[in-house]
Design a protein around this ligand. Sequence first.
Ligand code: MSP
Length: 662
Amino acid sequence: MSESFYITTPIYYVNDVPHIGHAYTTIAADVITRWHRQNGRDAYFLTGTDEHGQKVHEAATARGVSPQQHVDELCQPFQALWERLQITHDDFIRTTEKRHTTVVQAALQKLFDAGDIYAADYEGWYSKSEERFWTEKDLVDGKCPMSGNPVEWLKEKNYFFKMAKYADKLRDWIAEHPDFLRPQSRKNEVLGYLKKEVGDLCISRPKNRLPWGIPLPFDEDFVTYVWFDALLNYCTAIGYHPDGSTETFDTHWPATYHLVGKDILTTHSVYFSTMLFALGQRPAQCLYAHGWWTIEGQKMSKSVGNVVDPHLLIDCYGVDAVRYFLLREIPFGGDGDFSHSAFMTRYNADLANDLGNLAHRSLSMTEKWLGGAVPALDANTERDDALNALCAQVLETFRVEIEQLHFSVALESLWTLVRAGNKYIDDEEPWALNREGKTERLSGVMRRCLEVCRVAAILLAPFCPNKSRELADKLGVDALDVGTAGSLDGLTAGHAVPPGEPLFPRMQELPARIQETLQNLIPDAADKAAKKAEAKAKKHAKETPVSDETQEETPRISIDDFFKVELRAGKIQSAEAHPNADRLLVLKVDIGEETPRNIVAGIAAKYTPDELVGKQVVIVANLKPAKLRGVVSEGMLLACGGKAIEGLVTVDPECAPGAVVR
Ligand code: MSP
């Protein structure tokens, strides 16, 4: 990969409201740009809007406003969405800007002068909705193959670009540049297209039919066809001019990546590359066509009414979770289905449970047992060596995969470390180290857990910039320096690390606004989706420890909260009636201490005092003593049942009084 990094998204049609599909490509471009910037590289990121065309003109006329006023308004929702999604583009190009239109005209003139553009009569099936001609064999059931809308037969003078002349050069280019078209499946599509004879490209529309376009400099009765105008944005925005470009263009061209959806692969790979050859320019290093999202199993479309508004997702799930989900859920390149139940499952599993829990456990235990400051490392054990090696390996894999735009694979590799961090806690049992007073080891263990959190904060930064910053702040880390992410030794010992609120609170059910949306959309599917999501959440909660204290009805506690409770085996030595209460008995229980504990228990309805003597029971040994109807109780017996006691929890008589129950 060359030193300069230049990435583009498609420029989006302004006549559509920005939806999850637009957000997807733009987030992907943002993530890789942030990654390169984080690595100290000069990365340049362009997005924008495609503002010419018949549909725009018709919509403006219907509103009674000028097309320019119309597009000035319609580009704003895109800019506003990118701001909310925290997209860090360097430039936003609009095809109605002078810096673009004048250069498109200069390029057209150059090609016309060189004989690469010529006039001829054109006949074909014209699709108004797609603003393009189709041949007879392209049609599906006599209709436009893209939209399924009716087509009309048109014959008119037009201008053509000699695309056929450059087809062989393109075939050779693809053969010589194996990474030009990715992923491989998309390359095969283009190669298939190029196997057939490639014709010339009609690049004009008569002005009387399409008044809202860039006029051809050599024939004012015509405007240029949308794609010829639009594709050149990638060059015009960074200062291309056929008579001499700016330094910015010379630095950044050819682009490192054009990200596009699979729907616009041919226009980019065939039309644009041949245009560039004719203009004496090289195509991008890589044209990456990603797949499409369906929504709850259906094609996303206005008529179905299932277009997903990214603002709703941000409102309900938070911007970081949205960015994470879209790039984690499906491999970049393949198609995938967006469903809210999948969102909730992914959120709870990866963010709330794996990462959120690791951070919360590590910080809470450090606070509780080590004074809330980053502890010192101790000598490495074999298990520590394995964790260190995994960390180094994860950084390597993450780097390779993210730079190949394999976002989900990169994240999966980071998650092997996050999960290993949780397993390390389970294996090392810091609660036992604490109880046994092994402070040096406890310090080393907690330090490594905090270090895993630090590495996660660094590598997650391009995907989840806010949560990653929040986590880094908790750990006292300023710079999210990738150079330090390959080893578990980057924190400053002694730095205060208060746990604060959980990073990703667990989601118990789909947010109300989402449930409403689903309900309006497809009532049956909505019920199913909500039920599925909740069932999954419940199942998951049963299987895995969670650290979220926000649930109101059945509060969940983390494993370390559980270990706050000191349970011990005890032997009942004596039992007698309580002087002031019929329900209560007063017991003396031996738990291996110098004197037996005095315990008041509400079990008189179930047991007589005689029945109890000699029983081996479980007691909560670290309860604060309390007076119950005038008698001090120094602990509590564990028993089964609700208000009515069904029976005491007893232990094997072989367990010595005082044995820890866990
Ligand atoms: N204006 C042209 C592009 C010109 S680029 C020189 C255009 N615009 S568009 O508004 O229709 O946006 C198309 C792009 O939006 C797709 O290529 C893709 O990046 C994104 N997506 C639109 N719907 C999508 C999905 N359902 N799923 C994923 N991405 C999709 O075409």
